[in-house]
Design a protein around this ligand. Structure first.
Ligand SMILES: [Zn+2]
Length: 289
């Protein structure tokens, strides 16, 4: 994911260079030049390993609801920024995510992008039960109480990212996912953009309805790695064909067209010390529109 650089906090300025014995709140007080909100000291970086047995089960959330994600109308585009393929909607009311771990806030769809690798067994960022899948799709939403994605991106409740795993199989291609792969063929060049049918997200519909998901508070998995993300991760992979995954590897990462985007996955991040992550397993109870 991309976002603005967080002013006043870089890696060298954070806790990493300090004595582990010291109290992190002391560091903030000692350095008058840096104001570090408390939530940035939690140091929960993404992606992480997910194990069902190590999660807290919680059934009291309101249902998580997707509104408008697979509706027709308006326009959609897919673009190549040299790092990933990014889907955006235009000229329509943007989809909204509500409920679940998002409390009373509404989160507006900003973009959906993909992570993949040079083989079919290491292209996801989160690892569920030790299993690495072929790709991971991230549907990025920002909290509507902020002006836009840019303003929300460094707030602790700023972003909600829904993650879906994709598994390459020898089976037939996924017909709905074909709307994405056909578009990927048209954005091989860096900075290229193409139109996509506006109902191009139907391949996530089944997974996003009536199933359990994992949620935790983490970070962006690309710079500036801000800890502003409520992650919502669906564990069951969506099956696509190997050919559909391989189309993404043809995308170019440089204007000279000598390099492909072969791997855009951040490695698993391990919490500092024996810090235990608070990962919740929640169930959706109601079908979304
Ligand atoms: Zn991502």
């Amino acid at each position: 994911m991309t976002g603005p650089v967080v002013a006043g906090l870089t890696k060298s300025e954070c806790l990493c260079d300090h004595d582990e014995e010291s109290d992190p709140t002391q560091i903030v007080e000692e350095d008058a030049h840096i104001t570090v909100p408390e939530w940035r000291l939690h140091k929960v970086q993404s992606p992480i390993l997910l194990k069902h047995d190590e999660t807290n089960h919680y059934d009291h959330f309101e249902p998580l609801e997707f509104h408008g994600h697979w509706d027709q109308g308006g326009e959609a585009t897919l673009s190549n920024n040299g790092f990933t393929a990014t889907l955006r909607f235009q000229n329509r009311e943007l989809p909204v995510l509500i409920g679940g771990p998002l409390h009373e806030d509404q989160y507006v769809f900003e973009q959906l992008h993909f992570h993949w690798s040079d083989d079919d067994h290491s292209g996801c960022e989160h690892i569920f039960e030790g299993q690495a899948y072929s790709m991971e799709a991230h549907a990025v939403h920002y909290n509507k109480k902020y002006e836009d994605f840019k303003e929300a991106a460094d707030k602790h409740d700023g972003l909600a990212v829904v993650a879906f795993f994709l598994k390459a199989t020898d089976d037939d291609e996924h017909p709905c996912f074909n709307k994405m792969t056909e578009a990927v063929k048209k954005i091989v060049k860096i900075d290229s953009i193409t139109s996509v049918p506006s109902d191009c997200l139907t391949w996530i519909k089944e997974e996003a309805q009536c199933k359990g998901y994992y949620t935790y508070q983490g970070s962006l998995t690309t710079e500036p790695y801000t800890e502003s993300v409520t992650w919502i991760i669906y564990p069951t992979p969506i099956h696509v064909s190997r050919e559909q995954v391989s189309e993404f590897r043809n995308m170019k990462s440089t204007p000279c067209e000598q390099h492909n985007i072969v791997k855009n996955v951040r490695p698993i991040q391990t919490p500092a010390g024996d810090k235990k992550l608070d990962i919740i397993y929640a169930r959706s109870h109601r079908k979304s529109e």
